[in-house]
Design a binder for this molecule. Structure first.
Ligand SMILES: [Zn+2]
Length: 271
């Protein structure tokens, strides 16, 4: 009988799977990054499940871990699956943490990590609505706790994506729809996908929802009745598989960078 596949597959690096004694005796805590995935449970149009952001975060952690050899030291914290999603209020299935709750939760994880002897926290964030809160919180973690802290943020270039999609396809878009088709086809309804852009790159106006000289605070209903911002029908399984590999490669490289450069995120010990 073959041995059962461990769950999660990165179990030897997954902090909740370790005993207190094992965590206490890890020899590389001071410099090995701890990966914290932050996602969201929120509407992703009529064609995708509400768990897209958190689901994709778990896929990247898993696939990045598979790509890294045992001698690259890193650990994985339990994910934060609900995010600051008030921009998607009013759609069934959207769960919303306030900015304060998200901030306190991430800061509390960092505080405990520090107490256990860890020195580096890196965030794998898959939800744009979390970013403003996380950036602020990472600064607090650096300044108040002295941890090295930052994002895993690979530069992933999807050559086939149009400039319009790259600029205004920012939610339940071609990329997310393709990734979900490739990774969780049974949970998608591609026949319900529509293309909707809340602005055009050919519009010379200065006030637009994103990527403009001036932006405004939108709720999804303000800029897209379906909740889709992007060309969801253009998604294909083949592109989703290719792009998913690119993303996993990128996140693995970012984890490795943090694991191997002891100066990244800090030139000095603050305390
Ligand atoms: Zn998303």
């Amino acid at each position: 009988m073959s041995a059962p596949t461990p769950f999660p597959r990165y179990r030897s690096r997954y902090l909740p799977a370790l005993t207190p004694a094992q965590i206490a005796s890890l020899p590389d805590k001071a410099w090995a990054p701890v990966v914290l995935a932050t996602g969201a449970i929120e509407q992703h149009g009529p064609h995708l499940p509400v768990a897209v952001d958190s689901f994709l975060g778990q896929v990247w952690v898993t696939r990045a871990a598979e790509r890294l050899p045992a001698d690259v030291p890193f650990y994985v914290a339990p994910p934060i699956t609900i995010g600051k999603s008030n921009e998607h209020v009013g759609f069934p299935g959207t769960l919303i943490l306030s900015k304060d709750v998200l901030r306190l939760q991430v800061f509390a994880v960092a505080q405990q990590l520090k107490a256990w002897g860890f020195g580096v926290l890196v965030i794998l964030n898959t939800h744009g609505g979390n970013t403003s809160v996380l950036t602020y919180t990472l600064r607090e973690i650096r300044a108040q706790l002295g941890l090295r802290a930052g994002y895993l943020r690979p530069k992933i270039r999807f050559a086939e994506i149009t400039p319009q999609e790259a600029t205004y396809g920012f939610h339940a878009n071609q990329w997310e729809s393709a990734a979900m088709l490739a990774l969780a086809r049974a949970h998608t309804k591609p026949e319900w996908a529509v293309c909707h852009y809340p602005a055009s790159i050919h519009d010379p106006g200065e006030l637009r929802p994103e990527n403009a000289p001036a932006t405004y605070s939108w709720a999804s209903q303000d800029i897209s009745p379906s909740g889709i911002m992007g060309d969801a029908p253009a998604a294909t399984i083949e592109a989703g598989e290719r792009w998913s590999d690119l993303a996993a490669d990128g996140f693995a490289a970012e984890i490795k960078r943090w694991a191997q450069d002891p100066t990244l995120g800090a030139s000095t010990d603050l305390f």
